[in-house]
Write a protein that binds this ligand. Structure first.
Ligand code: CP
Ligand code: NVA
Length: 323
């Protein structure tokens, strides 16, 4: 599972709704082990899931480790100092060896090619925990969170307008592809030199059932938006570009005033995958009543369960969970 583009619209919706089902089931019980009939607490029993992370992580690591525990399995965190991922051993060798002893792999890497190669040579399912091009587990969580906040299922998101104001990056690409699959409208504002590359736009068009538009004016993107989303302007690996990026993104901070100037829907919600920096969104918005950021982060747990269930337990046969 390398990107939302790998899913049919039905599979994507099922993963989103399964995340919400797991949330409700787990939150209604004191512990996952109270679910013998459900089978969640034993679905990974006796199985190991390595988390191969060559970049930092708070949410992806915690949610995935927590999900494996809730499913009765054992997660094994392997940071970049722990394992020879492309350092002293080929990716092919690592992939073959790792997959010969485990039930599935969750990996956070740099270039997309690394996770693609890992998946190609692995004999067990590989789930992308972020690469430089995609972040699919985040997008399941985002749309699950949004559907919960609106009190609908994934189907109910059709026709909503999402405005992205900020950098064109991994989170945005999977979000645009996902929005297209759900029939949501997506408007993207980036500075001119930081726009979505054309090969990604082709993927978005292929996924698309909703409207997709781009601009260099944040106020234009947020017009009639139901949701405004941003992310860091400096993704992991771009630290050296910091000064240039801060200059290029001036005027892109998400604020109440900017949303008002642009004519966002009066009940607009704010989302951000985190980690957050002050330059991309004001405190007023980030900590305000519109903000979904903390439930969004918590949804990473339910989404990780849904992804592990769909791809590792059920081997890619994505079906409605029995909970
Ligand atoms: N949103 C997200 O993936 O956070 P981490 O980088 O902390 O995992
Ligand atoms: N775009 C960010 C997302 C972090 C979760 C990055 O790649 O660093």
């Amino acid at each position: 599972f390398l990107s939302i583009k790998d899913l049919t619209p039905t599979e994507f919706k099922t993963l989103i709704d399964n995340a919400t089902t797991h949330k409700k089931a787990l939150q209604s019980q004191s512990s996952p082990s109270a679910h013998p009939a459900w089978g969640l607490s034993t679905s990974l029993a006796g199985r190991t899931i390595p988390l191969l992370f060559s970049k930092r992580s708070t949410r992806t690591r915690i949610s995935t480790e927590g999900a494996v525990v809730a499913m009765g399995g054992h997660s094994m965190f392997l940071g970049k100092e722990d394992i020879q991922l492309g350092v002293n051993e080929s990716l092919f060798d690592t992939s073959v060896v790792l997959s010969s002893m485990t039930a599935g792999i969750v990996a956070r890497v740099g270039p997309h090619k690394e996770i693609a190669d890992l998946a190609e040579h692995s004999s067990v399912p590989v789930i992308n925990g972020l690469c430089d091009t995609f972040h699919p587990m985040q997008i399941i969580a985002d749309f699950a969170c949004l559907s919960q906040s609106l009190g609908c299922g994934a189907d109910g998101l059709r026709g909503l307008k999402v405005a992205w104001v900020g950098d064109a990056n991994n989170v945005l690409y999977d979000m645009c592809i996902g929005a297209g699959k759900l029939g949501m409208d997506m408007a993207v504002a980036t500075p001119k030199d930081y726009a979505i590359p054309s090969h990604i736009k082709d993927m978005i068009r292929e996924a698309g059932q909703g409207n997709f538009s781009e601009t260099n004016t944040p106020e234009e993107a947020v017009k009639d938006a139901d949701v405004i989303v941003t992310d860091t302007w400096i993704s992991m690996g771009q630290e050296e570009e910091r000064q240039n990026r801060l200059r290029a993104f001036e005027g892109y901070q998400v604020t109440e005033k900017m949303a008002e100037r642009g004519g966002a829907n009066k009940d607009w919600k704010f989302m951000h995958c985190l980690p957050r920096h002050q330059e991309e969104v004001s405190d007023e918005v980030f900590y305000g009543s519109r903000s979904l950021v903390f439930p969004e982060a918590q949804n990473r747990l339910w989404s990780a369960i849904a992804a592990l269930e769909g791809f590792v337990v059920n081997k890619g046969d994505i079906k409605k969970t029995d909970a």
